[in-house]
Design a binder for this molecule. Sequence first.
Ligand code: ADP
Ligand code: MG
Length: 371
Amino acid sequence: MKNFGFQRKESAFCCNLFFTILSLVLMVGGLLTGCGQNNAPSALAADTASQNTSATSESYSMELFAMDTVMTLTAYGDSAQAAIEVSAAEIQRLEQLFSTNLEDSDIARLNQDKQAQLPDEAISVLQKAVQLYQDTNGAFDITLYPIIKAWGFTTENYRIPTSEELQQFLQHTGIDCITLDVDIGMVQLTDAQTEIDLGGIVKGYASDRVIQQMASYGVQSAVISLGGNVQTLGTKPDGSLWRVGIQDPDAPDECIGVVETANQAVITSGPYQRYFIGEDGTRYHHIIDPQKGVPAESGLSSVTIVSDSGILADGLSTALFVMGAERALQYWQQRRADFDTILITNDRQIIITAGLADCFQSEYDYYVFGE
Ligand code: ADP
Ligand code: MG
């Protein structure tokens, strides 16, 4: 591997200690199973019911299915139940606004009509998406929706589009195809073939909103997982840090490391989260390289972002995956105040950025970048 200026950390863990720790963590990245499930706080234990609640004297938790994924909300304290009920309604409200797969959502209507008057909130999320496109040099691009549909990721009727088809689609992508008039709340898709999809940021935005709702109800301690996207409010009720497990991309039921955190989002993107296997055995996943219209092959198998902002963490987990390790680390150097990252390469090198040096643990050796 190219040397980016790493500090190498030898694992300080013996296996038993590591697995004891794993038994206490929450898991990022899609599944609340494996190492995260058995001994996770009851709030995060997987449940087969589509909506389920449980309460103890100090905590209240709810599991729900929304935005095409399982979500678990847990809060502690007297107002926990009220805060969670309001949060669940908030998630449903956001789904109605942003989900492309609900035919009458605001974004679905925009895709159909090519213009829409949208509430301030939707305009500000779109502004954030445009800003991410500009900041990441187009690695984060919400105009890929027709390509995502062509691969079958929206219906699970998977197929491999021809390169002619993809070239055709790529003529209608890019942020220039969107015009935002912030003052009057008007959005236009200036190219008749353009359609947008906020799947790369909507769960992160929803987790920001849920944490804000909980705080406004006076909750001081909460943890939520929206399909594996974890965000925390405060510390655990006993004052200790939350421990968030990072999925092993080669064995998603297991953890490759643990991040200790408070008041932050920990969000992972990886090719193992949604994919299909072609006839030749190739894996085709759902994070698209906007230059080529094909699943991004950047040498990474997982990108985790740790940030105060859920929407930023969600968008950047997708964007840095597209960029690959070298560009991702350069990008972090310019924005190190805003986030930290854990990159796992296809050959299982683990690279963390300097802000995580004191709060990341792994049974494997890892590199610290930027100390
Ligand atoms: P997930 O939503 O499964 O947690 P991500 O946050 O990485 O995973 O988002 C992937 C989703 O974002 C895809 O399913 C698709 O809707 C959309 N997407 C795919 N590639 C890109 C990209 N390069 N830029 C922005 N959005 C993307
Ligand atoms: Mg994302």
